[in-house]
Design a protein around this ligand. Structure first.
Ligand code: NAD
Length: 485
């Protein structure tokens, strides 16, 4: 098997690939076969220093360019990403195991969207003028400096771009550490940005585990940290960043609710539940894994869900016909199988799947539990695998309270034809990203992020600009200065 699109070294620093074999090696595993496809070396302290020094040195000149100039380079990079969509998608599939059917329409394309959107916005970033009688204040929207991005493993290209694009648009430099589980794709993002004309040092990639992430977060040269990861990691990174009073964006985990009322279009609700539980083999942070279905339509919903799941094409993720791939790793597979056992032991009823598949790679069936109650482990903890919990309800007020009874607040969805109820429920959800009669759309134009323990800050949209820039107020007095003595 060949991997034509593979990067040539572990790190990308100051405009070029860099290797340091003194770093602890770790293997990159193709989830569909369990085969090793690459070896990456963790960043040594020297590599981390090199990346931060390059980012620090390159940033002022980048911030001094006009937004139009910065944006032009970013939009060129987005065009290159789209031209190479096939190769980037193949690599994303090797890195994550997600089917090419998904990666070819979601990953490099959403990365390119972010570069195009924030590249377009770069020239529009301004401060404001505040008149105070004869005096006035103007604000300057300034870059933060060096931004560190730390990624999860489920969307390696997208995360590298969702953090990099707004940071670069605002005049910052970036040091990105991908997840150790999917380290390959971000290197290609760095390569393409520099091919598009990004000056050396502005987008660097260093590899490693949590210790490398921690070293980046605590370095004095770093002004902002944006993490995509689990809540426990978020608490550690947030605390470490707070010690240096650094800006943060936290995109963390969830256990999001989806409510299907009795008047919902069942076919659409089943589609939403499939998208919100089984896309990317269930490894999506915003998934609606607690599906509350009105008792009057519960059996019809479960029957149609089983019929639809039986049409999933599970197999080689590089085959465009495959619609459901393996999980990312043996570890994530074991975690998921553990939760399935807990679901059974605590009395939930499996209505679909529940088993590991008898083949190489980390394959598991899409799994549905019915008769789930609020206190069961599978209804409370984030599984991050293809396991849907279906819970019954009869009353709107009751289901609303149960939907919000969680420490998480990433996303939430409602399926109903009653327009007033739809907006009332959306308003009452304690979640950062809500859906009415759909699930898991994430266009770059809309803010994305969590409330409660699911996160701080927002990615995408105009809102992201506030998280990658700061305002300086400049007071201008036109007359004499009055002093008390
Ligand atoms: P994780 O928390 O284990 O790791 C995330 C990243 O943090 C990795 O790159 C890891 O190396 C790094 N890291 C670990 N410890 C660190 C430390 N002490 N200091 C600095 N960096 C450290 O998460 P994961 O298993 O890679 O990803 C799955 C999780 O990510 C799930 O909880 C999922 O919900 C969440 N996620 C959230 C979003 C979102 O946008 N809200 C998107 C995707 C995934």
């Amino acid at each position: 098997m060949t991997y034509p699109t593979q990067p040539t070294a572990s790190h990308f620093i100051n405009g070029q690939y860099v290797e340091d074999t003194a770093g602890t090696p770790f293997d990159v595993i193709y989830p569909a076969t369990g085969a090793k496809i690459a070896t990456i070396h963790s960043a040594t302290p020297a590599i981390i220093d090199q990346a931060l020094a390059a980012a620090k040195a390159a940033q002022p000149a980048w911030a001094a360019m006009t937004g139009t100039e910065r944006g032009r380079i970013m939009r060129r990079a987005s065009e290159i990403m789209r031209e190479r969509n096939h190769d980037l998608s193949v690599l994303e599939t090797f890195d994550t195991g997600k089917p090419y059917q998904e990666t070819s329409v979601v990953d490099a394309t959403s990365g390119a969207d972010a570069l195009e959107y924030f590249g377009g916005m770069a020239a529009t970033l301004t401060g404001e003028h505040i008149q105070l009688g004869e005096d006035w204040v103007y604000t300057r929207r300034e870059a933060l400096g060096v931004c560190v991005g730390i990624g999860a493993w489920n969307y390696p290209t997208q995360i590298a771009c969702w953090k990099g694009a707004p940071a670069l648009a605002c005049g910052n430099s970036v040091v990105f550490k991908p997840s150790e589980t999917t380290p390959l794709c971000a290197l290609k993002v760095a390569e393409i940005l520099h091919e598009a004309g990004l000056p050396a040092g502005l987008y660097n990639v260093v590899q490693g585990l949590g210790d490398v992430g921690a070293a980046l977060v605590t370095d004095d040269r770093v002004d902002k940290v944006s993490l995509t990861g689990s809540v426990p990691t978020g608490k550690k990174v947030y605390a470490a960043a707070a010690a240096g009073i650094k800006h943060v964006t936290m995109e963390l985990g969830g256990k999001s609710p989806m409510i299907v009322f009795e008047d919902a279009d069942i076919e659409n609700a089943v589609s939403g539940a499939i998208l919100g539980n089984f896309y990317s083999s269930g490894q999506v942070c915003s998934n609606g894994t607690r599906v509350f279905v009105h008792t009057s339509i519960k059996e019809a919903f479960l029957k149609r869900l089983s019929e639809r799941l039986a049409t999933a094409v599970i197999g080689d993720p590089q085959d465009p016909a495959t619609s459901f791939g393996p999980m990312v790793s043996q570890r994530q597979l074991d975690i998921t199988l553990g939760y399935i056992e807990k679901g059974k032991a605590e009395g939930a009823r499996i209505t679909y799947g529940g088993n590991r598949l008898e083949k190489d790679g980390f394959y598991i069936e899409p799994t549905v539990f019915a008769d789930v109650t609020d206190d069961m482990t599978i209804a409370r903890e984030e599984i991050f695998g293809p396991v849907m919990a279906v819970l019954d309800f009869e009353d709107e007020a009751d289901v609303m309270a149960r939907a919000n009874d969680t420490e998480f607040g990433l996303a939430a969805g409602v399926f109903t034809k009653d327009i007033s109820r739809a907006h009332r429920v959306a308003a009452n959800f304690e979640a950062g990203t809500c859906y009415i009669n759909t699930y898991n759309d994430a266009p770059v134009e809309a803010p994305f992020g969590g409330s409660k323990q699911s996160g701080v800050g927002r990615e995408n949209s105009k809102a992201a600009i506030n998280h990658y820039s700061q305002l300086k107020s400049v007071y201008v007095r036109m007359g004499d200065v009055e002093a008390p003595f």
